[in-house]
Design a protein around this ligand. Structure first.
Ligand code: ZN
Length: 75
């Protein structure tokens, strides 16, 4: 994970300008979420270790171009 974080650049949250964080879910996907408003990208799945970096970069790319989902109401 540390190696991946060095390779991936995250911009600020496209909705609120808060800090984005790359998250890995259960060793099968990556997504980026905002610490402030809870906006997040779709989950980008990977099947094997060799695909992890690509999945992480794809999640970061979605984030950086503003393709994020709004947080669910009440969450
Ligand atoms: Zn935000």
């Amino acid at each position: 994970m540390e190696q991946i974080l060095k390779e991936v650049d995250l911009q600020e949250c496209p909705l609120c300008g808060g800090p984005g964080v790359l998250e890995e879910e259960g060793q099968w996907c990556f997504y980026v979420s905002c610490l402030d408003c809870g906006a997040h990208t779709a989950e980008i799945p990977y099947k094997e270790a060799g695909e992890r970096l690509t999945a992480a970069k794809n999640a970061a790319h979605l984030w950086n171009i503003g393709k994020v989902l709004r947080p669910d109401p009440g969450e």
